[in-house]
Design a protein around this ligand. Structure first.
Ligand code: ATP
Length: 255
């Protein structure tokens, strides 16, 4: 993977999203420093996924702005944000699931290169693309699975393939919405080990419910509650914050 990507700060200013009278995000102003390992946490319904959807352009905000570096990208469509270097993972679709891991990543690289309409078997012969794909698979410890059909991989590895596909876009910022959801805890720790090894050129913003994973891998944590930022800090600061404990204790009591 290239190590020459310029770093860019992703930032929001007073971002709000409202459906009718319901405010899913209220006045969220956050800055994600280049190279950050930044977790978004908060109880169910706190507005974490909504916030990621505002960052990617999947939702338009009711008010507020999103900046990528100096550029105001609030009105930019999703695909243009991907081109700028903001990528989120998507669940592998049916087409990708039926391909081998290597074919899938080659397809994603060709998409980035604007060669998506070229039949993949022809393009796969292009050795530079295959080399790049293998490099990515090695980074994600998937090199031995290159020739395996994606859908026959264990679920945890499929999630890694999704990250490989996102990395094929050469993101500066990788947005992960519960990357370990639904996978056994041993596999989820492995998945986060891989995420932790991603090059620093990639800023990683992730939503995660498992606090063990959050406190092991995040270097910065923002706590959202009721669509608002409750607080932000280092893991040590967040762990020591009585307001955060209260929010989570309150949640545990209701479960
Ligand atoms: N398209 C939508 N229309 C109306 N309400 C929505 C929409 N999307 C989300 N919401 C509501 O906004 C609130 C915040 O949802 P969101 O998914 O952002 O929370 P979350 O913090 O990611 O929750 P979880 O941890 O449970 O995934 C929820 O009450 C949800 O029902």
């Amino acid at each position: 993977m290239s190590t020459t990507l310029p770093n860019t700060t992703l930032r929001t200013e007073g971002l709000s999203k409202q459906w009718g009278a319901f405010k899913a995000n209220s006045d969220v102003s956050l800055t994600f420093q280049p190279g950050a390992r930044h977790a978004l946490i908060g109880p169910n319904g706190a507005g974490k996924t909504t916030f990621i959807n505002l960052l990617t352009g999947f939702f338009a905000p009711t008010s507020g702005k999103v900046f990528f570096g100096d550029e105001d990208i609030t009105a930019l469509p999703q695909h243009k944000r991907v081109k700028l270097g903001m990528t989120r993972t998507f669940q592998i679709n049916t087409l990708f699931a039926g391909l081998t891991v290597l074919e899938s990543v080659v397809l994603a690289i060709n998409e980035r290169k604007g060669m998506q309409f070229v039949w993949y078997k022809t393009v796969a012969q292009e050795s530079a693309t295959i080399d790049e794909a293998m490099e990515l698979l090695t980074l994600l410890k998937l090199e031995r699975d290159a020739d395996t059909i994606t859908r026959s991989l264990p679920y945890g590895k499929q999630r890694l393939v999704e990250i490989a596909l996102a990395l094929a876009t050469k993101p500066k910022v990788l947005l992960l919405d519960e990357p370990a959801a639904g996978i056994p805890s041993a596999e989820s720790a492995e998945l986060f080990d891989v995420i932790a090894r991603l090059p620093r050129e990639v800023t990683v913003v992730f939503i995660e419910h498992d606090m063990n994973l959050v406190f092991r891998f995040a270097e910065r944590i923002t706590v959202l509650v009721g669509g608002k930022v409750l607080t932000e800090g280092t893991p040590a600061e967040i762990a020591a914050d009585p307001r955060v404990k209260e929010v989570y204790l309150g949640e545990a009591e209701h479960e």
